[in-house]
Design a protein around this ligand. Structure first.
Ligand SMILES: *Cc1c(COP(=O)(O)O)cnc(C)c1O
Length: 874
């Protein structure tokens, strides 16, 4: 192929480097996208385009397995045969090309690696050769496919351009399999590169030329680094990393749906974010771009028109936290001097030993007599063997203690030291955890907390919200912070539309009768109820009626076979008024610090009565004579979407501490009562199915010791996806976790008592717009109900979807806060919502997922009327 002759006098068009990962090269339509982007960059920007690709998804792992199993000749041959078959199939069936023509030689070379004399010993050069095959194949396939589509694309062997350098601290392994390359390019190199093929080219990520002329590998994430090296060598216009997310975010969007897209970052902050946990960009790829001042873009392959993240030197420097990230699997090594206080050379003695074991240290905390460091598994091979050897070695100079597994939570951003006054809520959040080490980086870009690993996922979401609220994370800086993950919307999935979309007319008609007004959709309640009925491991289900005691809902759930869980005599009275014929055995009474009279009332009705401390037994022993009682245990930890709904742990008022169970059982016996069941409910809005596993296991262990227990009630708390884009509660995982427990403890009946899960989605709050006001650039849409009608946003910072039902079809407008009519600053139902710009007085707003803890918590504050309630039964 002859390169296009440069037009005389015109500046040579420079290169843009695009990198695509495994999923982007594993489907034909994805290759069409790549071809499309190459054409666009060339035609719209007059650029030359170099595409750097990874191996087809899963192939590198397979090749790694070939390396790991090198000693087994037959196994190696079989693995390679499978890879040959897989690539032939992909070539023929997916890309519609002839595998013999396109891949003949490459596949022969791949297969020949099984017979290579270096195989048996697992020679590192042979391993590098094996690992390189994935990219060699995918790039060959891509070139052939795009040529078949009429594009003049050249194939470039990356090894001719990227040269691995031996660095002083590298060992044999890292020199060959985690290599670094020289990325100093000069005009002569660029001229040679220009002349070596057409203006559209495809090369391999991950591979380079070793100093001995063999192949070297850049290590995991190496394709990003390859692209960066090419960008630096070619002094490219920019490097674009194409991935399956729209860019870098202020937190991992899978843990924090409110995470904001970071539109613009400088190299230093981007480096810090990538290093401390964001998986979008490999940390090693920033340095070459930074050194050569090549901008780095992150773009989304599935949404090529989204702006993504731009990392370059011209980003405005905005102080403040840009991101929060977490890493797991952190190992802390604490070293105490045995000898003298402030012993000379102690640090050098210990670090010498880390170096000898090839371990790079991440964080450091020190005092006169102790140095504690962290090891990050992503930089180190922290196997037990390596750790044991290190500890044995360190023991010669100090007392060693290993603390693992830990998690590191890091706040990244410029000017951390001047932000402390805004971080008080963040400190408070950490106050609940066991913090082993706090480290503030000397470049003032990060603040890291090392904690026990068992931190719950919700913590990051809470921290993110606190950072934004306190202003420590300057989310209003639009130069840096883009839209939230939530508002970007995820790629379309098949989730059904919410019920209220079909019932818009009926809801508008109801709203015309007066707002604020709740509407409950009974078919949705039934649907959730039937889903829960189908969880086979559960023996009995009780609806926690405090979530929504509306008579129609109680009747609906009774008909679906549910029992009820009441927390007050008032709830009991209401329940039996609505359902007079209900058998008392279908009712649980689980009060908290209730007066004697309420216990008396419950016992008189013959329902199951739960005690959660010794007090009722010792204060009123006569009351429980001859009774079966249920004991609510606090397993010692809490969970949930907000501190105020976590009902386990020392700080919670609920439940008997596990250590006090023997005393309780003795007191019950003395009072003539029998502990027939155990109960725990340690929080609300829990999405992690393993939670019930943990709770049940601790209750079952307690039950063994009591002897009279016949059922275990693991509470409610099933999470609800308030955000239409959040993952729905994984009922299958819940069912599976419970089934496992049921199989392990078949002797106990399993009871559950969900509240919100059954009713949240089924309820909508209808409000009317009162005024739309702009104040100093902040737009507010006022409604005729706020924290008086729905307390959850003000009370828990809860997020509810808010739509303009009147203008449902109109496009989203500028962000506004939706506020209520109550004289309180916290009377905000939602912040930064995109209601249509035409939103005006009289429009009906719908607040979604308001069926649980909505109407029942409404109040008459400011002497406003309580909301009306209606049901829809079709
Ligand atoms: C509130 C409550 C429930 C229900 O919690 P949800 O989060 O609505 O599922 C269950 N059991 C007890 C004891 C409760 O207090």
């Amino acid at each position: 192929m002859t390169p296009a002759a440069p037009v005389a006098g015109a500046p040579a068009p420079d290169w843009i480097v695009l990198k695509f990962g495994g999923t982007s090269v594993s489907r034909r339509h994805r290759w069409d996208t790549i071809g499309e982007l190459m054409k666009r960059r060339a035609s719209e920007e007059g650029a030359k385009v170099l595409v750097v690709v990874s191996a087809v998804s899963g192939v590198t792992n397979e090749l790694q397995a070939v390396c790991d199993g090198h000693a087994d000749a037959a196994g190696t041959a079989a693995r390679l045969d499978a890879l040959v078959a897989r690539h032939r199939e992909f070539c023929r069936d997916e890309l519609g090309l002839d595998p013999d023509v396109v891949l003949g030689e490459r596949l022969a070379a791949l297969r020949a690696l099984a017979d290579d004399p270096r195989r048996a010993a697992g020679d590192l050069a042979w391993q590098a050769e094996v690992l390189a095959q994935g990219e060699l194949l995918s790039s060959t396939l891509g070139v052939a496919y795009l040529r078949s589509q009429g594009l003049d694309v050249g194939w470039t062997d990356s090894r001719e351009w990227l040269r691995a350098q031996a660095l002083p601290n590298q060992n044999e392994w890292s020199r060959r399999l985690s290599a670094s390359c020289d990325f100093e390019g000069d005009a002569a190199l660029r001229a040679r590169f220009d002349a070596a093929g057409p203006a559209l080219r495809i090369a391999q990520g991950f591979i380079a030329r070793a100093p001995d002329a063999g192949t070297a590998i850049l290590g995991r994430g190496g394709s990003d680094t390859s692209a960066a090296y090419f960008g630096a060598l070619l002094k490219a216009r920019r490097v674009e990393i194409w991935t399956d997310v729209p860019g870098m975010f202020s937190a991992n969007p899978r843990q924090v749906p409110d995470a904001r897209l970071l539109s613009r970052l400088d190299y230093a902050e981007a480096q810090e974010i990538a290093t401390t946990g964001a998986k979008v960009l490999h940390p090693r790829c920033i340095h070459p771009c930074r050194e050569s001042r090549v901008p780095l873009w992150i773009r989304d392959t599935t949404r090529p028109d989204m702006p993504g993240t731009v990392i370059d030197a011209s980003a405005a420097t905005v102080p403040g936290v840009k991101a929060i990230s977490s890493r797991r699997g952190i190992v802390l090594v604490s070293m105490e001097t045995i000898g003298m206080w402030q012993q000379v050379g102690f640090l050098s003695d210990v670090f010498e030993r880390f170096k000898a074991h090839g371990l790079s240290v991440d964080l450091i905390g020190s005092s006169e007599a102790n140095v504690t460091v962290s090891l990050d598994p992503s930089d180190n091979l922290v196997s037990t063997n390596v750790l044991d050897a290190l500890c044995a070695d360190l023991a010669q100079v100090c007392r060693v203690k290993v603390i693992a597994p830990c998690a590191a939570v890091t706040l990244v951003g410029r000017g951390m030291r001047s932000l402390l006054h805004k971080l008080s809520d963040v400190w408070a959040e950490f106050g609940r955890e066991r913090v082993h080490l706090i480290s503030q980086s000397s470049n003032d870009l990060n603040l890291t907390f090392v904690l026990d690993e068992g931190l719950d996922d919700d913590m990051l979401a809470r921290l993110h919200a606190l950072l934004a609220q306190s202003g420590a994370m300057p989310v209003t800086e639009t130069a840096v912070f883009g839209p939230s993950w939530r508002s970007l919307g995820k790629p379309v999935d098949a989730r059904p539309a919410p019920w209220w979309q079909q019932r818009r007319d009926a809801l508008l008609a109801l709203a015309a009768e007066g707002t604020p007004r709740y509407a409950y959709h009974l078919p949705t309640v039934r649907e959730r109820a039937r889903e829960l009925m189908s969880v086979a491991a559960v023996d009995r289900r009780f609806f926690a009626l405090k979530a929504n005691p509306h008579p129609a809902i109680l009747r609906t759930l009774e008909a679906e076979g549910f029992g009820f869980e009441c927390v007050s005599a008032g709830e009991l009275a209401h329940l039996f008024e609505v359902l007079p014929k209900l058998a008392p055995d279908r009712v649980l009474f689980t009060p908290s610090f209730a007066p004697r009279a309420e216990f008396e009332a419950a016992l008189a009705r013959g329902v199951h009565v739960t005690l959660d401390s010794l007090a009722p037994l010792t204060q009123w022993p006569g009351l429980f004579q001859g009774r079966d009682i249920v004991l609510r245990v606090d397993p010692g930890f809490g969970q949930g979407h907000h501190e105020k709904v976590r009902t386990g742990g020392k700080d919670a008022k609920f439940g008997l501490a596990a250590a006090d169970v023997p005393a309780f059982v003795a007191a019950a016996r003395a009072a003539g009562a029998r502990v027939a069941g155990l109960h725990a409910h340690i929080g609300s809005g829990i999405h992690d199915a393993r939670h019930w596993h943990t709770v049940y296991a601790s209750l079952a262990a307690i039950a063994e010791g009591i002897g009279t227990v016949s059922f275990i009630d693991v509470g409610g708390g099933l999470g609800v996806a308030y955000d239409p884009e959040a993952e729905p509660f994984d009922l299958a995982a819940y069912g599976a976790a419970l089934a496992e427990l049921k199989a392990a403890y078949p002797q106990y009946a399993l009871w559950v008592e969900p509240g919100r899960y059954l009713v949240a989605e089924a309820g909508a709050l209808l409000l009317s717009v009162t005024q739309v006001v702009d104040k100093q650039g902040q737009r507010r849409v006022g409604a005729d109900g706020g924290m008086n009608a729905l307390m959850r946003p003000a009370l828990y910072g809860a997020w509810h979807e808010i739509v303009n039902l009147t203008r449902l079809a109109e496009p989203p407008g500028a962000p506004c806060d939706v506020v209520g009519p109550v004289c309180e600053s916290s009377d905000v139902l939602g912040r930064q919502r995109r209601l249509p710009d035409a939103t005006a007085e009289g429009d009906v707003l719908l607040v979604g997922h308001a069926g649980a803890y909505g109407a029942v918590m409404a109040n008459r504050y400011n002497l406003r009327a309580l909301p009306q309630e209606d049901v829809l039964d079709d």
